[in-house]
Design a binder for this molecule. Structure first.
Ligand code: HEC
Length: 171
């Protein structure tokens, strides 16, 4: 898989269209099933790394959605619903690209640490693709191990970069 898809920074413009804002409310126990099936299919057919020109979202919106998908995924795991787990993992893997202005903001803050930020994004992407495949195949032990891997990636990036990049530092 390695690095083929710089999910956060590059391709998959189609994921960004038609979604104007995040809905963090859905993460508060409502456990919506993520509505990403059609988008994901489109993204999969497209390996082009520079398809995102002009499209994209702020990091905050992308992250709020990741939080929602993670909540849905773990709910699926606890209710023995492997389709829900697979769908959540897929949505995490195929998140929208960062909008160009937002990318500038991030680069401005991170400088040379941008490479590490990208590496962690790719790591989460690759692990969540494998998590989706394990869920689809019903390999529960692998699902558990890979969920740990995905979450370690989320938390690794947060512990290094979240504070410096907060959109609303006062919260
Ligand atoms: C490459 C770095 C990186 C990775 C990987 C990453 N995050 Fe984040 N995350 C951030 C940053 C930076 C913020 C702060 C964004 C802001 O405030 O603009 C954030 C914020 C968040 C927030 C808080 C949003 C809010 O409303 O303030 C949630 C929830 C979140 N991330 C979930 C996740 C989940 C779930 C994963 C893994 C599937 C993940 N993130 C992976 C960098 C990352």
């Amino acid at each position: 898989m390695g690095g083929k898809c710089l999910a956060l920074l590059a391709g998959m413009a189609m994921l960004a269209v038609g979604c104007s804002s995040g809905d963090p409310g859905a993460a508060d126990g409502a456990v919506d099933t993520p509505t990403v099936a059609a988008e994901s299919t489109a993204a999969e057919a497209d390996g082009h790394p520079h398809a995102a020109e002009g499209a994209g979202e702020t990091l905050l919106v992308i992250m709020q959605r990741l939080g929602t998908h993670m909540t849905a995924l773990t709910y699926g795991l606890m209710t023995d619903d492997s389709a829900m787990v697979a769908k959540g993992a897929e949505a995490i893997a195929e998140h929208a690209p960062i909008a160009p202005e937002e990318l500038e903001r991030i680069q401005g803050v991170l400088g040379t640490e941008m490479a590490e930020f990208e590496r962690l994004d790719v790591e989460v992407h690759d692990a969540s693709v494998r998590l989706r495949d394990a869920a689809t195949a019903g390999r529960t032990q692998d699902v558990l191990a890979l969920l740990g891997e995905v979450q370690r990636g989320c938390v690794a990036c947060h512990s290094q970069f979240r504070e410096g990049l907060l959109t609303n530092p006062s919260r």
